[in-house]
Design a protein around this ligand. Structure first.
Ligand code: SF4
Length: 300
């Protein structure tokens, strides 16, 4: 079957082993499954969320913080797993007290994500499913997930397609990401449901990574959400950017965020009336350096 699962619309016959932009065929390619305690507190809680990190990505951000597993120029992160292995690892994390399963970079693996959800449910489990996406999704795909996904955790990376093209090879990012985000909002609204342990069970949290030298893009992202969705939305405004080796010498991306840059974005956040969400300390780049070569990429 020709793949048109994401906005790339490559038409690659992945069933037959053909490769499209994301350079993955139809099997289950997963680079890591771990209990991730570093997500927003309502997602991680004390037991973490069972995150399933799919290999490769349908965006190719030159600064990607998970570059070890997302970069399609290398196949070294491609780890083929069986459904049985995946479900066993997920169940082990759920057995230790996690309530959520997060699909990280699922946009090019939606069919495989559904196979995992079906297999988990056959084991009598009903976790909170989180769709943790770069935002470059088809509206139709998001619409089709309405009854399956409990929590949307999209990035809104750009309101500037010139930047999106230059940095992420997605010169039409807004054409797809904005309608997809509106659809997530239509499904979930601005409020989130929490259980007795303050863990999210339903809703939408919109992430935005503030990039060094690009405060205006960040402010435009916030303005879009305030104007087109609602200032009641939960926003996760991330300051954790650190320059990966690929952009170490880049004139803008080769440094961490300056305090005054983050402050300016925070000021816009407040002026627009946002009042719910998560902000980060500027020291966060020093805490957020995953290493997917390790069994647990987020722990020493
Ligand atoms: S999922 Fe992969 S093969 Fe399918 S359209 Fe997107 S990039 Fe192309």
């Amino acid at each position: 079957m020709n793949c048109n699962c994401c906005p790339r619309n490559c038409g690659a016959d992945r069933d037959s082993g053909k490769l499209g932009y994301c350079r993955t065929h139809d099997d289950l390619y997963i680079s890591s499954i771990c209990a991730h305690r570093g997500e927003e507190p309502v997602l991680s809680g004390s037991h973490g969320i069972a995150n399933i990190f799919f290999s490769h990505c349908n965006m190719q951000c030159i600064y990607c913080q998970n570059y070890q597993i997302s970069d399609t120029r290398s196949d070294s992160s491609l780890c083929q797993m069986t459904l049985t292995e995946i479900v066993a690892q997920v169940e082990a994390i759920l057995n230790r007290g996690a309530i959520g399963v997060g699909f990280v970079s699922p946009s090019h693996f939606v069919a495989q994500m559904r196979r995992i959800m079906t297999a988990v449910s056959k084991r009598g489990r009903d976790p909170v499913y989180v769709y943790n996406t770069n935002g470059y999704d088809l509206l139709e795909t998001i619409a089709s997930l309405e009854d399956e996904i409990d929590v949307y955790l999209p990035d809104l990376k750009y309101l500037d397609d010139r930047l999106a093209g230059e940095y992420s090879d997605t010169p039409n990012y807004t054409e797809f990401a904005l309608p997809a985000l509106k659809e997530m909002y239509r499904q979930k609204g601005a409020n989130i449901d929490l259980n007795d342990d303050n863990l999210i069970t339903r809703g939408l949290i919109i992430r935005h990574l503030v990039l060094p030298g690009h405060v205006e893009n960040s402010k435009a992202v916030l303005r879009f959400i305030a104007d087109e969705l609602s200032p009641d939305c939960y926003i996760s405004l991330m300051a954790q950017y650190y320059p990966t080796p690929r952009v170490a010498d880049h004139p803008l991306l080769g440094r961490t965020l300056r305090p005054e840059e983050y402050d300016e974005v925070l000021e816009e956040f407040e002026q627009l009336g946002f009042h719910r969400g998560f902000i980060q300390e500027l020291s966060s780049p020093f805490h957020y350096k995953p290493d997917f070569i390790k069994d647990h990429p987020f722990e020493d």
